[in-house]
Ligand binder design. Structure first.
Ligand code: AMP
Length: 280
């Protein structure tokens, strides 16, 4: 696997392959890699000649300073995992490489309603930061295909919007959520859970499944209330438990089987904020 730290070196390398008509797949990550990330590498390898993975903990998408400082960093293990998954390239830039004009010199992106709801309400400017960095990576790498996880459902909707407004010639592929055996969605932040918090954290997924199962039996509001209370009893503090149109992310007051729906939860388990979702 080739490891690049500088934009110019990466571009020189990729241009050689582009000129030969080779396709480039790209997987952006913030590291502390797990099977969820590796599933994206596998998908990219299946579809493309060259797979590029980036590891970059993007400061502009963190609205909580402590979360940024404590974000897990496991670069040696990550490199090993990428080698095993046969990623062709790892791009590992410094902050100054990605933000040469400083962290405040940021562009504003018109991302519409999908940016404002849910995470947008609880993490102000988060998606502007995500759009900022993904736009930069796409401009540098110019991949044919981009691979992201359904785990970050709203992020996928935001990036679809970004590809559109910035006219990137890149196709977005959304991969299924990879879960632990007990249902907890894999996440780099899971490693920060204490043992007891880790044990109860799978209740978030159980709530999603339970709310899905109440479709046709109870109103969504009733199911939401019961599961909200269940989370609280288990000392998990929900920020939202929400039912939305799967495409527009418009809020639904009740189940509506005439449209594709997505259930989304964000909740604190101890001091760790976890998100999960289920398309129904
Ligand atoms: P992150 O490193 O958390 O920014 O994630 C990088 C990419 O991996 C994003 O597109 C995520 O949606 C995706 N991802 C994270 N966790 C999972 C998971 N459990 N299953 C599938 N994809 C995931």
């Amino acid at each position: 696997m080739y490891i690049f730290h500088k934009t110019k070196d990466l571009q020189t390398f990729l241009n050689k392959y582009r000129k030969l008509g080779k396709s480039i797949g790209y997987v952006p990550t913030m590291g502390a890699l797990h099977q969820g990330h590796i599933s994206l590498i596998t998908a990219s390898k299946r579809d493309n000649d060259i797979t590029v993975c980036s590891i970059f903990v993007n400061p502009t998408q963190f609205n909580n300073a402590e979360d940024l400082i404590k974000y897990p960093k496991t670069i040696d293990a990550d490199i090993l995992k990428l080698e095993l998954a046969q990623s062709n390239v790892l791009f590992l830039p410094e902050v100054t490489e990605m933000y040469p004009n400083g962290l405040d010199a940021v562009e504003h992106y018109e991302l519409g309603n999908v940016e404002k709801v849910l995470e947008g309400e609880f993490r102000p400017r988060h998606f502007q930061g995500v759009a900022q960095i993904v736009d930069r990576f796409l401009t540098i790498i110019q991949p044919n295909h981009l691979y992201m996880g359904q785990k970050d459902y709203q992020q996928c909707a935001v990036i679809a919007q970004l590809l559109d407004v910035k006219n990137h010639n890149t196709q977005l592929h959304i991969a299924s959520i990879i879960r632990e055996a007990d249902g907890l969605a894999m996440s780099s932040r899971n490693s920060r859970l204490s043992d007891t918090d880790r044990q109860r954290s799978n209740i978030i997924y159980q709530c999603l499944v339970s709310i899905q199962a109440q479709n046709g039996i109870k109103s969504f509001e009733q199911a939401r209330k019961e599961n909200w209370e269940l989370l609280e009893r288990k000392q998990i503090i929900p920020e939202y438990v929400s039912l939305r149109n799967a495409k527009t992310l418009e809020e639904l007051e009740d189940y509506d089987n005439t449209q594709e729906m997505v259930l989304l939860i964000a909740a604190y388990v101890g001091s760790i904020r976890l998100i999960d979702n289920l398309v129904i």
